[in-house]
Design a protein around this ligand. Structure first.
Ligand code: DGJ
Length: 695
């Protein structure tokens, strides 16, 4: 049970999670400063941490250097500012004055004003088990320029050393896990692209350099935002490390004033004591309990037409794919790009969201009915935030895109970004999406976004920079409205693969498309990075044709299935051309997936062996009395002994039966010695093992 208490004597708030504690206080100048974050302590124990005297001051540092709860620019605070404001008369420094606080269940709000100017700052803390969600709210009675408004600053304990874990990437190679010693000074992870980005993802984990998958203290911070963002780690020579972050980017200023509040997105923090594995499981549990809208559902096995047809879409072709998919056990059929306007390639048609009558002479309804008649749900690809200059929409509304006067409009993939911060653009998008879903009985939308912002101007608007925040907010509002008005609608978020994966979008999307790269070996790494924070129940994974269209690598179909079955299984190939033996294998694999799906989608993930070039990669999911183990060996080596695979997360007192072989194993043996894998011979050998606890 999570509890928040206030110790008035020490002016200290203590937030007690399931197994961790977070505490902050006001110093004698009313500045909110950090006290503690780590293993669980009682409020009275936290009382012992209040300094009795002002810390030693070397004359060149603020006494609370690096301890600010929201490191604000002003006075002798030289830490990188998390809050930076400019008042109307040019004054920049903020002086905190504490006003009040309110505790409502697991939500704490601490209210401040500036000592002179009519600016109010509310610091929000909401406990979600051991995750502390934090955000900042600014309101003002006169206009204030906000140069930077982070959601929170997280202050880490003093460690002898600090190590950062994070992901980097690029298109078709997203979420590559990196672990590196934290540099001294300021390190910035960011996106300036108006989307979360393929290149970095808004989370970072910090440990003292000794944590392993199974042991050690790990601190994590993750931002729930799908536009531009920054996370700055600052490591000082005084032995401190902080992580501060939020939305925005350098040079983009927010304006706060009467009727114009600024509320930042949530920057969540999590302390765990069981290594990187426990940290990931705690993030996954948080996503299921507090982020995803339908966590109790099981995501259906989907078929997506993109890799089969590209833009070469026809009603007959889609029907043939749907019939084959249904026969294989697919539950949701998704028609991808190419069904609308003049969209016969990527050069035209985006923005003209009417059915292409040459391709679908009677509209979409016959196809939707056919798919429903086959017992599947029907899904459709859309890219609402985009327009091709070669489109009727752009010819009618060239001013609807992000642009600056006297500047070229840079095209990427022959398209421009619509300015969703404009109410007329957002209303137009709502109109056609609402009609499309309502009139056709669409069960699922794949919401794509295939390029970052550029020339992000808004001529004629007094505060054009607000589009950086308001575009994302408008996308969120539209998704929220569609979901409220069409409660059965489910969404997949996509941005040319994994360009928009974060806790902000996961609150509105039931699943995400992590990468356009479905190559098995690349996917094992992408999935490894994705799963550090985000749950398997939201990770779409398709089996596609051989050789892979991105890497040209050939991999056995069984191996491809086993890799995709570690998430939300889908198919994406030319299944109408698959030979009988592949169809038989696919039917069997889909049936197996439907059996293990509750364990994969709702279970706890244990990464037993991380992806390695020559070794065995292995994952384990545990859900109630069921266990599923995936093992993948890329390359066989002559005479190389196979190591038993030590499992994790089991009660050693129990016994488990292997559903495939009937063999009974003691959990104690599986934990201490390991499961004999018996992988088939040859390269690309893989196996799925199902274990049931014996009653
Ligand atoms: C990018 C997506 O990632 C693909 O899956 C596909 O939907 C294409 N866009 C369609 O243009």
């Amino acid at each position: 049970m999570a509890v928040i208490s206030f110790d008035a004597d020490h002016r200290t708030w203590v937030l007690t999670g399931e197994s961790s504690t977070y505490a902050l206080r006001l110093d004698e100048d009313d500045v909110p400063v950090h006290v503690y974050w780590g293993p669980k302590l009682t409020p009275s124990e936290i009382g012992e941490l209040t300094p009795k005297t002002r810390p030693w001051w070397d004359g060149f540092n603020d006494p609370n250097e690096g301890l600010g709860e929201l490191a604000a620019d002003g006075g002798t605070r030289y830490w990188p500012p998390a809050l930076q404001v400019r008042f109307g008369d040019g004054t920049r420094a903020l002086e905190w004055r504490y006003e009040t606080h309110e505790i409502t269940g697991e939500h704490l709000v601490i209210g401040f004003t500036d000592r002179h100017y009519p600016l109010r700052i509310a610091l929000h803390y909401r406990l979600r088990s051991d995750v502390v969600e934090r955000w900042t709210e600014l309101t003002a009675d006169t206009d204030v320029e906000v140069v930077r408004a982070d959601s929170a600053t997280w202050v880490l304990p003093t460690f002898e050393d600090y190590r950062l874990s994070h992901v980097t990437g690029r298109w078709a190679a997203e979420t590559q896990l990196r672990r590196t010693t934290a540099p001294h000074g300021e390190t910035v992870f960011a996106s300036r692209r108006g989307i979360t980005s393929h290149h970095a993802n808004p989370w970072v984990m910090v440990d003292d350099g000794t944590a392993t998958e199974r042991h050690g203290e790990v601190y994590g911070v993750a931002l729930a935002w799908s536009g531009s963002w920054r996370l700055t780690t600052t490591r000082s020579s005084t032995g401190r490390l902080t992580v501060s972050g939020g939305f925005g980017q350098d040079g983009v200023v927010h304006h706060v004033g009467p009727g114009k509040p600024l509320t930042t997105p949530v920057l969540a923090g999590l302390y765990t004591g069981g290594g990187f594995g426990a940290a990931s499981r705690a993030w996954h549990a948080y996503a299921l309990a507090h982020v995803l809208a339908h966590p109790a559902e099981l995501r259906p096995v989907l078929y997506n037409s993109w890799e089969a047809t590209g833009f070469d879409v026809s009603e007959a072709g889609q029907r043939a794919l749907a019939e084959r998919a249904a026969a294989l056990g697919v539950e949701l059929f998704v028609m991808d790009d190419g069904w609308f306007g003049a969209r016969t390639g990527d050069h035209a048609g985006l923005g003209d969201w009417h059915v292409n009558r040459e391709r679908f002479p009677d509209g979409l309804k016959p196809l939707v009915a056919a798919v429903h008649g086959l017992g599947m749900q029907f899904g459709l690809w859309v890219e609402p935030e985009m327009v091709n200059p070669d489109s009727d929409l752009y010819r009618a509304h060239p001013d609807w895109v992000l642009h600056h006067p006297h500047r070229r409009r840079s095209e990427l993939r022959h398209q421009l970004v619509l300015n969703f911060a404009r109410p007329d653009v957002a209303a137009w998008a709502h109109g056609w999406l609402d009609r499309l879903v309502g009139e056709h009985g669409v069960d699922f939308l794949k919401w794509d976004m295939n390029r970052p912002f550029s020339e992000a101007g808004w001529p004629g608007e007094a505060d054009p920079d607000r589009l950086w925040v308001d575009h994302t907010r408008a996308v969120y509002a539209l998704l929220d409205r569609l979901r409220a008005d069409h409660p059965g609608l489910r969404i997949e978020a996509c941005s040319g693969g994994g360009g928009r994966i974060d806790f902000g979008v996961l609150a509105r999307a039931d699943q995400v498309w992590p990468s356009d790269n479905t190559d098995t070996l690349d996917r094992l790494r992408i999935q490894h990075g994705y799963g550090q924070v985000y749950p398997a129940s939201a990770m779409s994974a398709w089996v596609t044709d051989d050789p892979n269209f991105v890497t040209a690598r050939a991999t056995p179909l069984r191996f491809r299935f086993h890799v995709a079955m570690a998430g939300v299984l889908g198919l994406g190939g030319r299944i109408v051309d698959w030979p009988d033996e592949d169809l038989a294998l696919a039917r069997e694999a889909i049936a197996l997936y439907r059996d293990i799906r509750p364990v994969v989608q709702h279970g706890a993930l244990y990464r037993l062996r991380a992806p390695a070039d020559d070794g065995v990669t292995a994952l384990q999911y545990v859900h109630g009395d069921r266990v599923v183990v995936f093992a993948y060996r890329q390359a066989a080596h002559f005479n190389a002994p196979e190591r038993p695979l030590r499992l994790d997360g089991l009660d050693p007192a129990h016994r488990y039966v292997d559903s495939g072989t009937g063999t009974t194993h003691s959990a104690a043996v599986l934990l201490a010695h390991g499961l004999p894998l018996g992988l088939p011979t040859g390269d690309f050998a893989s196996k799925v093992v199902r274990l049931h606890r014996k009653i």
